[in-house]
Design a binder for this molecule. Structure first.
Ligand code: PLP
Length: 395
């Protein structure tokens, strides 16, 4: 699953080397003291290269990447931004934090944004759409992009959980106007905390760069202290230690993704024939990240019993069902009430997503599993399925 499993000698060496080069931890300046090395810049270039995009801006978190991206798209108070009911709370927080109204649409059987519901949520006030590639799988992105393009609304992809996955053979996170990534401790590569905003649009990148750095225009012809500004910003700058670690982790990304996919294939093949267990639909155009295997049971009770038995057997779950309350917008009246939506209304509009998500189990896939461990998990999950199948069939 995440890069934290593989934090090791390479990351340690990268940090030691940073200190050997003068130990300058700030992304700008100090050219003489730092041996001309700028790790944040190097990480941005390497990440842009990996993604095949023009620009990558390193920031302090995935949440910051979303917020910086929204600001760069010109989203602000009075605007509406559409996202999906299944996401981490950060997506909705970022929308609310720029002063825009979050609008959530329900998910379909991909567990991501339903493109039909997306279209019906668009209004005159819609300024951005954020599809979220939850647990490494894309929404029906062609349909999402078709709706967005038809209404002329920019798409900011939330690829915080999707780095390494593909859509139509092209990296997920390269299909909208911009994309946000997270390197927090649970992600496929990690810098402890950290994030990246990518785009092919020069003006989006420029605005994002300025906003994430107090509005600094970073004009190379003047000293930083005399730099100009056209917008007000904030501080979401990544530091050099994070970037040094990020560079080492990025080297491991292909290996992590390949290993995930190998484990995933074994798990899926081993569970496919189980009655009462339906896999999450993965759109045909999507090559998933495969850091989790998600299936749906016939009822919430069955899913609860299944997860309980998994915990007893020492197998964890990822977000579903244990942390659903942090990943389901229908529970976030503490945010939506600021935008005039009552708790009852929020529950009503997100009901179908709640019903679907509460029947789901997400099994995390760890990079370091041995083939024997993967077989053992298949065996245990099959046993659990047999045990809970009786209560399921008695329903
Ligand atoms: C879908 C999604 N969006 C945004 C974020 C926020 O990223 P971060 O934790 O780096 O702020 C996360 C992190 O869990 C996430 O899963």
């Amino acid at each position: 699953m995440p890069g934290f499993e593989l934090i090791g000698v390479e990351e340690r060496a990268a940090v030691n080397e940073l200190f050997d080069d003068g130990g300058i931890l700030y992304r700008y300046g100090f050219a003489n003291e730092r041996n001309e090395r700028y790790r944040v810049l190097e990480f941005e270039r390497a990440f842009a290269g990996y993604m095949g995009v023009e620009h990558a801006l390193a920031v302090t978190s995935g949440t910051a990447a979303l917020k910086v991206g929204l600001r760069a798209l010109g989203v602000g108070p009075g605007d509406e931004v559409i996202t999906q009911a299944f996401t981490f709370v950060a997506t909705v927080e970022a929308i609310a934090d720029v002063g825009a109204k979050p609008v959530v649409v329900n998910i379909d059987d991909t567990l991501n944004m339903d493109p039909v519901q997306l279209e019906s949520a668009i209004t005159e006030g819609t300024r951005a759409i954020i599809p979220v590639h939850m647990l490494g799988v894309a929404a029906e992105m062609d349909a999402v992009m078709e709706v967005a393009n038809r209404y002329g609304v920019p798409v900011l992809e939330d690829t915080c959980e999707g780095l390494g996955a593909l859509w139509n053979g092209k990296k997920l996170g390269t299909h909208g106007a911009a994309s946000a990534f997270s390197f927090d401790f649970g992600k496929v590569i990690t810098t402890g905390e950290g994030g990246m905003l990518t785009t092919n649009d020069e003006e989006i990148d420029k605005l994002a760069r300025e906003y994430h750095d107090h509005g600094h225009e970073n004009d190379p012809s003047v000293p930083r202290g005399r730099d100009g500004r056209r917008i007000f910003g904030f501080n979401y700058r990544m530091n050099e230690i994070q970037a040094a670690i990020g560079l080492a982790q990025l080297e491991k990304l292909d290996f992590i993704v390949e290993t995930n996919r190998r484990h995933y294939r074994v798990l899926e093949a081993g569970l496919r024939d189980l009655p009462g267990l339906r896999f999450r639909r993965i759109p045909e155009a999507c090559t998933p990240l495969c850091d989790a295997l998600v299936f749906e049971l016939p009822s919430e009770e069955a899913a609860g019993a299944f997860a309980q038995r998994m915990a007893e057997q020492g197998i964890g779950v990822k977000n579903l069902p244990d942390a659903m309350t942090w990943h389901f917008a229908g529970d976030w009246d503490h945010i939506f009430r600021h935008f005039g939506m009552s708790d009852a209304e929020l529950r009503r509009v997100t009901r179908s997503s709640r019903e679907r998500l509460s029947r789901c189990i997400a099994v995390p896939i760890m990079v370091k599993y041995t083939p024997e461990e993967v077989e053992e998990i298949v065996h245990t999950l099959r046993e659990i399925a047999t045990e809970v199948s009786e209560p399921i069939s008695q329903r």
